[in-house]
Design a protein around this ligand. Structure first.
Ligand SMILES: Nc1nc2c(ncn2[C@@H]2O[C@H](COP(=O)(O)OP(=O)(O)OP(=O)(O)O)[C@@H](O)[C@H]2O)c(=O)[nH]1
Length: 243
């Protein structure tokens, strides 16, 4: 049986091979795409030559989604025509579109032009950004908070845009690990900072309301890049600010 470690080693070998073929260092998303080939991640070239990672533009078909919810209601033993839930299928369809609205958004559009030249190279941190996402395994929510820090390298990003980036990637079917990496990569591509740290803390409803039913289990994931990964003093500063 292949272990997770074997899989990692395989991915590393594939990344090195791909990097040699393409003549460049490969990004986190190359790794994510290799680790999660079923995630239908597309790479779409953006005007400025960087890459935005996201699914293809989706078709919105609310009546078809409502039909599915109507069927689901029947399958759980409900009467979808009864008063009170007659409008539920369409309502649920709209709600599900909202839960996954990140598929309709791109970092380029949301960040807009909120990037400014700034000589300051002190750490910027936005912490406790509320996050609502959907587990790709069970289609139930995982909810928590995201903290993002970066050390500017001549450019700073509008503060609200950090929360917008969190929205774009969390409002999709996700794993917490991938969400964490995608947020870090989006900031990397937007302002090329000297270092980035992203920490996500979340409770997964698939572990709370069903399955193992652990009400207090909190999952913490992090991605650290650049000096925030390599320089112990920068890491310490980040961890102190995170408290
Ligand atoms: N790594 C990771 N795992 C997740 C995430 N969200 C859900 N999972 C896990 O995905 C796994 C799916 O395992 P399966 O055994 O196929 O599904 P299951 O029978 O519903 O598993 P249980 O939840 O243990 O009942 C579970 O262990 C979930 O906890 C996530 O964001 N990251």
């Amino acid at each position: 049986m292949t272990s997770a470690f074997d899989e990692e080693a395989e991915v590393d070998a594939s990344l090195q091979k791909l990097g040699r073929e393409r003549g460049r260092t490969l990004s986190i998303d190359d790794r994510v795409a290799l680790l999660c080939p079923d995630n239908s991640i597309d790479t779409v070239a953006m005007d400025n030559g960087t890459a935005e990672v996201g699914p293809s533009p989706r078709k919105i078909n609310l009546p078809s989604m409502a039909d599915c919810y109507r069927q689901l209601l029947e399958d759980i033993g409900e009467d979808p025509t009864r008063k009170g839930i007659k409008s539920t299928p369409m309502r649920a369809a709209k709600a599900f579109m909202f839960f996954t609205k990140g598929y309709d958004e791109t970092v380029q559009e949301e960040v807009n032009n909120a990037i400014a030249h700034e000589a300051d190279d002190q750490m910027v941190m936005v912490k406790n950004i509320e996050m609502f996402s959907m587990c790709q395994h069970h289609l139930v929510p995982f909810i928590g908070k995201v903290s993002v820090a970066y050390i500017p390298n001549k450019c700073v990003l509008g503060l609200s845009k950090i929360a917008r980036i969190v929205e774009i990637y969390s409002r999709r079917l996700q794993t917490q690990e991938r969400l964490t990496k995608q947020i870090a990569q989006a900031i990397e591509e937007a302002v090329h900072p000297a270092g980035i740290a992203v920490v996500v803390e979340a409770q997964h409803m698939c572990m709370v309301m069903r399955g193992v039913q652990k009400l207090n289990a909190v999952t913490v994931t992090s991605t650290m890049l650049g000096v925030l990964r390599d320089d112990p003093r920068a890491r310490e500063e980040f961890l102190a600010l995170l408290k």
